[in-house]
Design a protein around this ligand. Structure first.
Ligand SMILES: Cc1cc2nc3c(=O)[nH]c(=O)nc-3n(C[C@H](O)[C@H](O)[C@H](O)COP(=O)(O)OP(=O)(O)OC[C@H]3O[C@@H](n4cnc5c(N)ncnc54)[C@H](O)[C@@H]3O)c2cc1C
Length: 234
């Protein structure tokens, strides 16, 4: 396991409760695969606080890594990052870790995410598109409200620029006619519609535990081989 001291170089506002923290890799060489997570630590009030975060940037990016962190009510580390972290601050980081990784293959890819679960999916997506892999990739993203649509502008831009990428968001809490897209959770029908051939598709499921369980049930019902599915829940 490698340990690094990384400098925070930029804080990017994503949504009302989510920010992306960009750390310089100027003095570090990390051997990353898309989907990896790292452990980050900082002394807070005399205690070493250490948390896991997925890397949301592409591993082809050698200048920095991005962590996309959602503010958790009463959460120690996420609130510290949200309210106090500034460019120039130094953090201890170790890793990379995890089995939720994409490795080049001829299979198409279906990314199923809820909320901040889109973080590692963004890394996988960007890697596939930047490497110009000759496969189709679809991202279905479930969020609560229009204000929670993480990475929305970037994903729409990537969809416009890449014929092999399709993005659809579905919202679970919508008022009136504020949203013209899909409504409700990611359903079995939605997954089925987006899979051409389940035997030639890799599935990446990322989000909270309930979402992970629901998606695993759907994939099971559709007869997807468990060997084709990877899950990250937090
Ligand atoms: C592999 C992996 C990848 C992850 N990737 C991401 C990511 O990309 N983005 C992201 O935002 N998160 C990610 N997480 C989650 C992240 O690690 C943290 O768990 C999250 O940010 C909350 O940390 P915190 O310190 O803010 O909250 P904590 O202080 O750990 O608290 C978490 C919750 O527990 C409650 N709590 C804490 N202590 C108590 C107590 N004594 N009694 C009752 N309730 C309590 C808090 O109120 C809060 O609701 C990932 C987790 C894993 C395991």
């Amino acid at each position: 396991m490698a340990k690094f001291e990384l400098r925070l170089i930029e804080v990017i506002n994503e949504t009302h409760d989510t920010k992306t923290f960009r750390f310089s890799l100027e003095n570090a060489r990390m051997d990353l695969l898309p989907g990896h997570f790292i452990m980050i630590n900082k002394m807070l009030d005399g205690k070493l606080v250490r948390r896991a975060y997925s890397i949301s940037s592409s591993p082809l990016e050698k200048r920095f890594i991005d962590l996309t962190i959602k503010r958790v009510e009463n959460g120690v580390f996420s609130n510290y990052m949200f309210d106090n972290a500034q460019a120039g601050d130094i953090f201890g980081i170790d890793g990379p870790y995890g089995k939720f990784v994409y490795k080049d293959s001829d299979d198409d890819v279906l990314l199923l995410g809820a909320g901040c679960g889109a973080a590692p999916l963004r890394a996988i997506l960007k890697y596939i598109l930047e490497k110009k892999l000759d496969i189709n990739v679809i991202l279905l993203h479930s969020c609560r409200t229009p204000d929670d649509l993480l990475f929305r502008d970037e994903l729409l831009k990537l969809e416009k620029e890449n014929k092999n990428f399709r993005y659809a968001a579905t919202l679970t809490r919508v008022k009136g006619d504020e949203w013209k897209g899909c409504i409700g959770r990611i359903s079995r029908e939605m997954v089925e519609e987006n899979v051409k051939n389940k035997d030639n598709t890799l599935f990446f499921v990322s989000g909270h535990v309930k979402f992970g369980n629901a998606m695993m049930e759907v994939l099971d019902e559709l007869g997807v081989d468990k060997g084709k599915v990877k899950e990250e829940v937090f």
